[in-house]
Design a protein around this ligand. Sequence first.
Ligand SMILES: Cc1cc2nc3c(=O)[nH]c(=O)nc-3n(C[C@H](O)[C@H](O)[C@H](O)COP(=O)(O)OP(=O)(O)OC[C@H]3O[C@@H](n4cnc5c(N)ncnc54)[C@H](O)[C@@H]3O)c2cc1C
Length: 293
Amino acid sequence: MPVMEDGAVRGAVFESKQGRRAVLAKVVVDATGDGDLFHRAGAASSTEIDTRDIHHCMNTPWLFGGVDMPAFLHWRVEQPAEFSEFMRRGKAAIGLFDRAFVSWRDDVALFMGPRMAGFSAVEVDDLTEVEIRSRRLMAQHLEFYRAHAPGFEGAWLMLSAPQLGIRHARRLVGMGAVTRESWDGRVQPDEIGVSPPLSPSFANVSVGYGALVPARLDGLLAPGRHLSCDPSSHSFLREIPQCWLTGQAAGVAAALAADRGVEPRAVPVREIQRALLRQGAHLTEAVAEQAAA
Ligand SMILES: Cc1cc2nc3c(=O)[nH]c(=O)nc-3n(C[C@H](O)[C@H](O)[C@H](O)COP(=O)(O)OP(=O)(O)OC[C@H]3O[C@@H](n4cnc5c(N)ncnc54)[C@H](O)[C@@H]3O)c2cc1C
């Protein structure tokens, strides 16, 4: 829960072994991924998704132990028709059927988990449903792989992710936003980072500070997968390196705002850019030159 003061966020309430407590702050960085803090503080958000992309799907990864991955990979390469038939039969038997990936050990197989669409990551009933379905699918995969996949005869369920894997819940409506139109190589004047594009056929994407700042709410910044962007841009801005990029910028901007005693929206962007450059962050050459001038 956010702590509010005169319409601005000034801390967060949390529960622990010591009961309910609050941390007060001049600036709060909401990194919940689901916009829990900015949403409860009253900031507007978008839940629009692109159903052609996986950016809104949930899935829970798991590991099988007791596997002979080299034997499985050998079979997959040497018997491609048998492998295709195995995948076809798996889909027919289980529905959402996942392929095994290599891990850091030859006796451990990684499954990213079947991708589930049509559920909300902020509805408790939906989260429970996905949790139960994920667990069922793990057991069904184990049974099918043990019966039909060479190398999996002695497999056992080793570990599943402790939390559901959520890609999308809400996205901030920010002072600015990264949108599909900006994939043409244009450089945002308030750039705080540069993202690789969705595919090599596009230019790198300049990410502006406005995508982390709520349109109206003060005292808060929102980096990570709930930043302000359209669904197409979310498909790659939600990725881990991009979350580092926006997280670093939000940390820098929050510290500058707190030091100066101003709201995040009032921090001079050049100061954020200069601080990021000192930390070794990458900005477009022209932006870096302007920030240094
Ligand atoms: C199955 C799966 C596979 C993926 N594979 C890749 C990949 O290969 N490469 C890649 O780059 N990206 C991948 N992604 C995407 C990427 O992992 C995420 O988009 C990214 O980690 C999001 O980072 P974040 O810090 O914004 O949010 P999160 O990683 O979701 O972190 C949010 C944190 O806030 C906590 N939290 C949330 N709400 C509250 C609350 N109310 N109170 C207290 N704590 C709270 C959560 O517990 C969590 O620890 C994958 C995602 C999934 C689901």
